[in-house]
Design a binder for this molecule. Structure first.
Ligand code: HEM
Length: 173
């Protein structure tokens, strides 16, 4: 039985953590700025990093289904196990749904994404203002859910480390 995560799983976890925290901060900051060339540049960087997360999450899911992660601590009660598995499943779901909603929103609003200014990403929807506004709300709501889930994820990691004093956080280092 493995007792720690594979270096590939660890790298994907921390790389995506940095990207997602950056995307949350940039997303909240940029959307309230007055229209300017700087704001549009922030939007481009946000979209490029978001598409990168969308690519990485599929690699991560492929890795996850082909490599069993280390088991949860045996001392963990059944409801906590269930909460851990449900929380992780929700995080995977949001890592797919959030960039997808951003991509769909940009398509419906008529702003094609050109990844790092080099690779045009096809628009998934035709231009439709009402649908674009709806997808913008969906993107916001999903991000709120992500922030709540991440708070639980971080809280659980710290609780394992400092209260239960098990190796849950260490094995992801
Ligand atoms: C994991 C990936 C992503 C995260 C965590 C994320 C997060 C966020 C957040 C927190 C906001 C601010 C929402 C608010 O107004 O409160 C935002 C806005 C936005 N996001 Fe994302 N995003 C991601 C991916 C994407 C992608 C892939 C695209 C497009 C290709 C995109 C396009 C946008 C746009 C255009 C806005 C501004 C909407 C507005 O003007 O209000 N996002 N994002």
């Amino acid at each position: 039985m493995t007792t720690t995560y594979h270096p590939i799983a660890k790298s994907l976890h921390w790389l995506m953590a940095v990207l997602i925290l950056g995307l949350l901060a940039l997303g909240i900051y940029m959307s309230d700025l007055p229209l300017s060339p700087q704001k549009l540049e922030f939007y481009s960087w946000h979209k490029w990093a978001g598409v990168t997360v969308f690519v990485l999450v599929w690699l991560r899911l492929a890795w996850r289904v082909t490599h069993r992660p280390p088991a949860l601590p045996e001392t963990l009660a059944a409801p906590m196990r269930l909460a851990a598995h449900a929380g992780h499943a929700l995080l995977y779901l949001l890592m797919v749904a959030i960039p997808l909603s951003g991509w769909l929103m940009s398509s419906a609003k008529g702003f094609q994404t050109v990844w790092f200014g080099v690779l045009p990403i096809p628009d998934l929807l035709g231009r439709d203002k009402a649908l674009g506004d709806l997808l913008q709300q969906a993107h916001q709501a999903l991000n709120l859910l992500l922030m709540l889930t991440l708070a639980g994820h971080l809280g659980a990691a710290l609780w394992h480390h400092f209260v239960l004093k098990d190796d849950t956080l260490r094995r992801m280092r």
